[in-house]
Ligand binder design. Structure first.
Ligand code: C2E
Ligand code: CA
Ligand code: CA
Length: 537
């Protein structure tokens, strides 16, 4: 069962980590494709504008008068080139497209016409030309009527090619503008990288509907993580990822720990590792032993003792606490049964978890374990804590009454520490109230603690309940408690919770003075001395 959770947690971890990475990768891919398409569309639009501008200019010039190479005409051409952003050169060309003269007179840059292709616009041709510096350009040319010379305009490549990405960053890919037959007329980026780009990049091709040439854009997929916005988005994803992992860890680790310790406790119950310790309870007027409270200890296989504070809260709300209580009760019978049987006025007090009161489970357990055992039901006290409010007061009240009918006594533990106040004491009908260590500690210095204890004493007297004071550590506390009329007490001043053999020795020494002096363990001598001191006072 535990292993199932472990695998589920591991699978969850993998999914939590893989999902954002998968998402980031596919986002980058989409982003790359979108960027390439945007760039291609932008270039086609720029090219269409450049061709359109050039075509309009040369049509207008041609419409005015027949093209010649005379100075005024050439001058006018030069004016046009200067004024236009798109034009590099305007030339007068012959019927075959060869340059006759340009806006600079007889100097011209076109060396070869590589290909000519018709456009959807009547009378308008597009040429790929090579210049004497070995660059290729796009030329827009009017077709002259009946072998007449006509006008052609060379376009600036940089007016059509993208310099920036859509986010305003430097463009880092390969862009090529080609005529319909594939002849390249303008390109930027590293041509050699093209192959690589095709393999691990994204390619977008967009064709101009107005004039025919196409723009090819090839970009590296990761080429798009170049700008601030992208980095910020990735940073957000990574931060989110880390947050998810931390959150999952924060949820899973304590849960796993609880799982681990719970299954460990289940095993320990079966292995009998929960053992009772016994804290003696005394009459502080006479020093007489009245009984003991059973306090559980977890004795690990390595001998280490674990205090109940480290595991009781973890199992108090599960049925494991019921198993622990049952096994403690049986262990108490076998540990000290003989000692207790011989002294019918001693009682043994057990701590009972609130959930054990439900469905009269406690009643069945107490009956099954103590009926016919060495410990009489009249020697059994059951402590119910006031710390957590009981879910169902009526059911608790009924369970307490049934236990009393069986012959047991009940005690309300930690009185004064809960929120429920005196109402509990009144409603539950317990036989004993145990005043918490907090009040005993404060009794000397805090008048409010004194007042509360005084109220408890009054209440107990009226309702015929006994009182046990917990956590006595100093002789002066005993003095106060006596003055207030409290009789029974337990605490480190007398003895801490003791293992069974020491508790038996202490009992025998105190009650019958039967143990021989030399058989008594040194600590027990100390406890006896403390108690004798009380009796003498
Ligand atoms: P509790 O029922 O109030 O038990 C008294 C606690 O105070 C015990 O702690 C005891 O060792 C400690 N104590 C006794 N005298 C003194 C003193 O003079 N000074 C100080 N500072 N402490 C003193 P322990 O044994 O660690 O048990 C802690 C709590 O665990 C118990 O408080 C009880 O609520 C719970 N517990 C212990 N055993 C069981 C059990 O078998 N079943 C259940 N359900 N709860 C148990
Ligand atoms: Ca208790
Ligand atoms: Ca207590």
């Amino acid at each position: 069962m535990f292993h199932k959770y472990k695998w589920a947690a591991a699978l969850l971890g993998v999914l939590l980590t893989a999902a954002p990475i998968y998402w980031l990768t596919s986002w980058l891919e989409k982003q790359g494709e979108a960027e390439a398409t945007i760039t291609a569309r932008w270039s086609v639009a720029a090219m269409d504008v450049a061709i359109g501008d050039a075509a309009a200019t040369i049509r207008e010039i041609a419409a005015r008068r027949t093209a010649t190479c005379d100075a005024p005409y050439v001058n006018e051409l030069r004016q046009r080139v200067f004024r236009s952003h798109y034009l590099k050169e305007i030339a007068i060309v012959d019927a075959k497209g060869q340059t006759v003269c340009t806006d600079l007179g007889n100097t011209f840059s076109v060396r070869d016409v590589l290909v000519s292709s018709a456009t959807p616009q009547p009378g308008l041709m597009l040429d790929a030309v090579r210049t004497d510096t070995d660059e290729q350009f796009l030329r827009v040319r009017l077709v002259g009527s009946r072998g007449q010379p006509s006008i052609a305009a060379l376009l600036r490549a940089d007016a059509m090619l993208p310099r920036l990405t859509s986010d305003g960053e430097r463009f880092s890919g390969y862009v090529r503008i080609a005529l319909v037959d594939g002849t390249v007329i303008a390109a930027i980026g590293d041509e050699n990288e093209k192959a690589v780009l095709r393999e691990e990049g994204v390619v977008s091709v967009v064709q101009s509907e107005s004039y025919g040439p196409s723009v090819t854009v090839a970009m590296r997929r990761n080429g798009v993580i170049a700008n601030y916005n992208d980095l910020r988005r990735i940073g957000m994803v990574l931060t989110g990822l880390i947050a998810i992992v931390i959150l999952a860890g924060a949820l899973i680790v304590p849960w796993r720990q609880t799982q681990t310790i719970t299954s460990e406790i289940e095993r320990a119950v079966l292995a009998g590792e929960f053992i009772p310790y016994y804290q003696p309870i005394f009459d502080i007027r006479t020093g007489k032993l009245l009984g003991a409270e059973v306090l559980v200890r977890w004795r690990k296989p390595d001998g280490k003792l674990v205090s109940p504070g480290e595991f009781i809260p973890l199992v108090e709300s599960s049925s494991i606490i019921i198993d622990i209580t049952r096994s403690l009760m049986r262990k108490v019978c076998s540990d000290i049964g003989t000692t207790i049987e011989a002294r019918p006025d001693l009682y043994i007090s057990f701590n009972v978890a609130p959930r054990h009161l439900k469905d009269s489970a406690i009643l069945n357990d107490v009956g099954a374990i103590f009926e016919g055992s060495r410990i009489r039901l009249s020697q059994v006290v059951l402590e119910i804590t006031e710390r957590h409010e009981l879910e169902n007061l009526t059911a608790a009240r009924r369970a307490i009454a049934a236990l009393q009918a069986l012959g047991c006594r009940t005690a309300l533990d930690d009185v004064g520490t809960g929120d429920s106040g005196f109402s509990y004491i009144l409603k539950l009908g317990v036989d004993i109230i145990k005043i918490d260590r907090l009040f005993v500690e404060a009794i000397k210095t805090d008048p409010q603690a004194q007042a509360i204890v005084a109220t408890f004493v009054d209440l107990a007297r009226n309702l015929r309940m006994k009182i046990i004071a917990e956590g006595i550590e100093k002789a002066e506390q005993i003095e106060y408690l006596r003055q207030m009329g409290i009789v029974a007490a337990q605490g480190f001043f007398f003895a801490p919770p003791l293992p069974a053999h020491l508790f038996i020795q202490l009992t025998e020494t105190l009650v019958t003075r039967s143990s021989k002096e030399e058989d008594v363990a040194a600590p027990v001598k100390g406890y006896v001395a403390a108690i004798d001191q009380i009796a003498a006072a």
